[in-house]
Ligand binder design. Structure first.
Ligand code: NDP
Length: 326
């Protein structure tokens, strides 16, 4: 099979497209013939070696995969079933989706919900799944359409674009924060009622600012997350899932102890099965197919390494899906 392989040894850290014997696939009771994978922020970090994402070498990156079951010794899956996997250490501790095959434990698999093709499922991928986990968390916190503005940071990225579309589709009043204001038309097509320059949020700010947001989806961390918390209304909820600006959180406790703001962490990799199923069912029914198409650019496996640097440079809009068979 063809695969991207990451090696780290005396010759350094390197990623290449190569042929890997099927016999080297890791343990698992299901082998998947992959049709599509994706390029997420984490995959780009792994491929370029910009951050220590990969825990064992050699590694096939790719935190997402979708395809059909090719071999199964699990009673739960038959050859030909349409399945997807996101997270669970794919591309970090277990060979991932940027290959033509994967072998995984069957309890990592999710049936691709009926209306979605494997390409659409990967257009959603970890980014869309994470965005839906943010939406569910805001709803669980009691937020309803009409409660006020919800800010989405990193809006031109994968998680951000999905969050804009899903929240707007659910009737929320969404403000998209982006460094690429030339993408304003794209963001309003996804449903944003307003677009703001991310520079308004990304510099060091005050412990508390004017109350504006009823809720937030933050994909960038650092000063942006601190400023979002500082400008969230009394009793509002901020979901934090990303670190595109930085892993630091230079904030004070003021928004939490003086305004009762809730900061809710969102984690997609080890999300429990019931929540995973709920999120995918909602994604299948709620994600507007036209938005998904607008957000997605498809590349072949051979183009993936080059695309990783482009993504980290912040020059990719939305999502990249990877057709692993070209
Ligand atoms: P993308 O690269 O697609 O999007 C990130 C976006 O962040 C960019 O498009 C850009 O948006 C914005 N951004 C980039 N650099 C900066 C900066 N220096 N300051 C402020 N904003 C910046 O990544 P994803 O959407 O796939 O992922 C977003 C984040 O979420 C990543 O940190 C990723 O690791 C994390 N993540 C976490 C998950 C979890 O389980 N918690 C799961 C999936 C992702 P714009 O141009 O609009 O400003």
């Amino acid at each position: 099979m063809q695969a991207i392989i990451i090696d780290k040894d005396n010759d350094g850290y390197r990623s290449r497209l190569t042929t890997v014997p099927d016999g080297e696939l890791p343990d698992g009771d299901v082998t998947v013939a992959i049709e599509y994978s994706t390029l997420n922020y984490k995959d780009a970090l792994a491929i370029t070696g910009s951050s220590p994402v990969v825990r064992t070498f050699p590694m096939i990156p790719g935190v997402d995969l979708a395809g059909t079951v090719a071999e199964s010794s699990s009673p739960d899956y038959l050859v030909g079933d349409r399945v997807l996997v996101t997270g669970h250490g794919l591309g970090e501790t277990h060979w991932g989706g940027l290959a033509q095959k994967a072998r995984v434990p069957s309890d990592w698999l999710i049936e691709i919900p009926k209306p979605l093709t494997s390409s659409q499922a990967m257009g959603i991928g970890t980014a869309g799944f994470t965005a839906m986990l943010c939406v569910l968390a805001l709803e669980d916190a009691g937020l309803r359409p009409g409660d006020g503005e919800i800010v989405v940071t990193g809006a031109s990225g994968g998680v951000g674009g999905a969050a804009v579309s899903l929240l707007a589709g659910a009737g929320f009043d969404v403000v998209a924060a982006t460094g690429r204001t030339e993408q304003a038309d794209y963001l309003t097509t996804l449903g944003a009622a307003g677009v703001m320059d991310r520079a308004e949020l990304s510099e060091p700010g005050k412990p508390l600012g004017k109350e504006r947001w009823a809720g937030a989806v933050d994909t960038v961390g650092s000063h942006t997350l601190a400023n979002v918390c500082a400008t969230t209304r009394y009793g509002g909820t901020v979901t934090a899932c990303g670190l595109a600006q930085g892993m630091d959180f230079p904030a004070t406790v003021a928004p939490f102890i003086l305004r009762g703001v809730t900061l809710k962490g969102i984690e997609s990799v080890y999300c429990p099965p019931a929540r995973r199923k709920l999120a995918w069912d909602r994604l299948a029914s709620d994600f507007e197919p036209a938005h998904l198409e607008l957000m997605t650019t498809e590349v072949g496996l051979s183009e993936t390494i080059e695309q990783a640097s482009t993504l980290l440079a912040g020059n990719v809009r939305g999502r990249i899906t990877v057709d692993v068979n070209r």
